[in-house]
Ligand binder design. Structure first.
Ligand code: TYM
Length: 341
């Protein structure tokens, strides 16, 4: 897709939006939960994908790291196959309409509903010294991201479902109060792996900023590190390689193996009937290493080419802004802001 404004048959395609925030490095859960679907959807939909850097400053953050990760995320977007010729790839803070719409949506979101957000509660508990207003308003910025593009579909992992539902509620409320303004977006979750768990604590979500990084496999981890993390993965005292909710550790590994080799879960169970947990963990590690090898090689080439990454960012921001402006101007008119002719 060159431009969502093009008067081409592209207009008939549904619109997809998703973003990832550069707080910590990308990990397997991000890939399985969101990035994989984002790549898959490029051919059939008009997609807008962003590095959500404005969301990153809601937690304590080192500016130089944020800057480095923003380039890094864009290079990884390209390395996994997101294509700037097909999709709009941009950095959130470079499209000012996101902050502008977020302010308006803040005024159509109740304090009570924002206080109920699980991630707000979790993050506030984790860093009680920095419960800032931005952290509280995080979901309204996310709603603005989505609603600006009249998005139909949002590929995300399960942990973002509550935020998406809030975005839907805000959109519906605004549409009812004024007149239809926003498309009501639907979440798209992967059939498998909507929630990938930490390898050392298979009851907790794998996260970019988990305290114990030994349970988190980062997309740019080197092969030895990946193998070491899988070999140490926590399982149970059973011996059966069988997907079962009462066996979260082994089930998580089966999901990861299934996704990275394209093998259905029942076939994985058959393939490893009689194998030991130790052998299986090695095989999962090897499958992930092989899958990531070409991605890491492409990332390595791209990440040093800042000029090219900036060109992708600039083009993406221009295209995104052109679309976002239309929604924003509609919203401004409806809430009563004077717009100069
Ligand atoms: P973020 O950066 O925490 O995560 C990016 C995406 O990865 C998914 N994900 C997972 N999926 C499965 N298992 C896991 N362990 C796992 N960990 C993360 C997340 O669900 C997400 O889809 N607020 C968002 C970023 C954002 C956004 C948006 C997303 C900003 N604006 C608009 C969609 C639409 C976030 O923090 O994701």
């Amino acid at each position: 897709m060159a431009d969502l404004n093009d008067k081409t048959q592209d207009q008939a395609k549904k619109i997809v939006y998703s973003a990832l925030k550069p707080t910590g490095d990308l990990q397997l859960g991000n890939y399985i939960g969101a990035l994989k679907n984002m790549v898959r959807m490029q051919d059939d939909y008009n997609c807008v994908y962003m590095v959500a850097d404005m969301h990153s400053i809601t937690v304590d953050n080192v500016p130089a790291d944020l800057r480095r990760r923003t380039y890094d995320f864009m290079a990884l977007f390209l390395a996994i196959g997101l294509d700037p010729e097909k999709s709009i790839l941009a950095v959130q803070s470079q499209v000012p309409e996101h902050a502008e719409l977020a302010w308006v949506l803040n005024c159509y979101t109740q304090f009570g509903e924002a206080s109920r957000m699980t991630q707000f509660k979790e993050k506030s508990a984790k860093a009680p010294e920095n419960v800032n207003v931005g952290l509280f308003a995080y979901p309204t910025l996310m709603a603005a991201d989505i609603l600006l593009y009249q998005t139909d579909l949002v590929p995300i992992g399960k942990d973002q479902k509550q935020h998406l539902e809030l975005a839907r509620d805000i959109a519906q409320r605004f549409n009812t109060k004024y007149s239809p303004t926003f498309v009501i977006p639907d979440g798209i979750y992967p059939k498998q792996g909507a929630k990938i768990y930490n390898l050392l604590d298979p009851t907790a979500k794998m996260g970019k900023t988990d305290d114990n990084t030994n349970g988190v496999v980062f997309l740019l981890d080197d092969p030895d590190t990946i193998m070491r993390k899988f070999k140490r993965a926590v399982t149970d005292c059973d011996t059966d390689i069988r997907y079962d909710e009462s066996k979260p550790g082994i089930s998580n590994l089966i999901t990861i193996y299934s996704v990275f080799t394209g093998t259905p879960v029942d076939a994985v169970e058959r393939e490893f009937a009689g194998s030991s947990y130790a052998d299986f963990k090695t095989k999962v590690g090897e499958a992930v290493v092989e899958y990531l090898r070409p991605i890491q090689a492409r990332h390595h080439e791209l990440v040093t080419d800042k000029k090219y990454l900036e060109e992708v960012m600039r083009n993406g921001a221009e295209k995104a802004s052109r679309i976002a402006k239309r929604t924003l101007s509609k919203v401004y008119r409806k809430v009563g802001f004077v717009q100069l002719p």
